[in-house]
Design a protein around this ligand. Structure first.
Ligand code: GDP
Ligand code: MG
Length: 163
C-alpha cells in the first residue's frame, strides 16, 4: 500500500488549500462512515516518482456544540494512527498559538516524523515569521503559500525524504 501523509492543524490555517495543491485533482473514492463525511479528505499524490496518499484531517467534522480543541485532538489522533508522515500546518499570520502547542505535544509523543509547514508566507517579508515555529520542536519549519503555490516543492521534498 502507498505510504500515508496526514495534514493536521487548527481550522483556517490552510490545510484544505495545501491538500488541493498536493493532490491536484486526484481525490480518492472512499466510503463515508456513519456520521463522518470522508469523501473529500483522501487524495493521492506523487513526487519524484514516489506515490503516496494524503489525508486532510480538517475534513473531519463534529457537531457545532463540540469545542474546537476536542475536534483538533480527534484529527491529530487520526493522523497519528493512520499516517507514516504528518504535516503539521501552522499560520504565519497568527504565529504559534496555544492550540498549536497542544497539538505539538500530541504529535511529539507519537514519535512519528512531523514536518512543520507554515502557511500564508505570501511575500518575502513574511519569511521571517517562520522562525518562531522552530520552538515547536520538529526542526526546520517550511514556509509555504497555498494562495501562491510557493514552497510546495520544498514541502514535497521534505515529505518524500521522511516517507
Ligand atoms: P483549513 O480550515 O485549515 O482547511 O483552511 P482553508 O484551506 O480552508 O483556508 C482557510 C482560509 O485561509 C481561506 O480563506 C483561504 O483562502 C486562506 N488561505 C489559504 N492559504 C492561504 C495563503 O497561503 N495565504 C493567505 N493569505 N490565505 C490563505
Ligand atoms: Mg479544511
Amino acid at each position: 500500500a502507498r505510504p500515508v501523509v496526514a495534514i493536521v492543524g487548527r481550522p483556517n490555517v490552510g490545510k484544505s488549500t495545501i491538500f488541493n495543491r498536493l493532490i491536484g485533482d486526484r481525490l480518492a473514492i472512499v466510503e463515508d462512515k456513519p456520521g463522518i463525511t470522508r469523501d473529500r479528505i483522501y487524495g493521492t499524490a506523487e513526487w519524484n516518482g514516489v506515490p503516496f496518499s494524503v489525508i486532510d484531517t480538517g475534513g473531519i467534522e463534529l457537531s457545532d456544540e463540540e469545542p474546537i480543541l476536542k475536534l483538533i485532538r480527534m484529527q491529530a489522533e487520526l493522523a497519528i494512527e493512520e499516517a507514516d508522515v504528518i504535516v503539521f500546518m501552522c499560520d504565519a499570520k497568527t504565529g504559534v498559538t496555544g492550540a498549536d502547542e497542544e497539538v505539538a505535544t500530541m504529535l511529539y509523543r507519537s514519535g512519528k516524523p512531523v514536518i512543520v509547514a507554515v502557511n500564508k508566507v505570501d511575500n518575502i517579508g513574511r519569511q521571517d515569521f517562520i522562525y518562531e515555529f522552530y520552538n515547536l520542536g520538529f526542526g526546520e519549519p517550511i514556509g509555504v503559500s497555498g494562495s501562491h503555490g510557493t514552497g510546495i516543492g520544498d514541502l514535497l521534498d521534505a515529505i518524500v525524504e521522511n516517507l
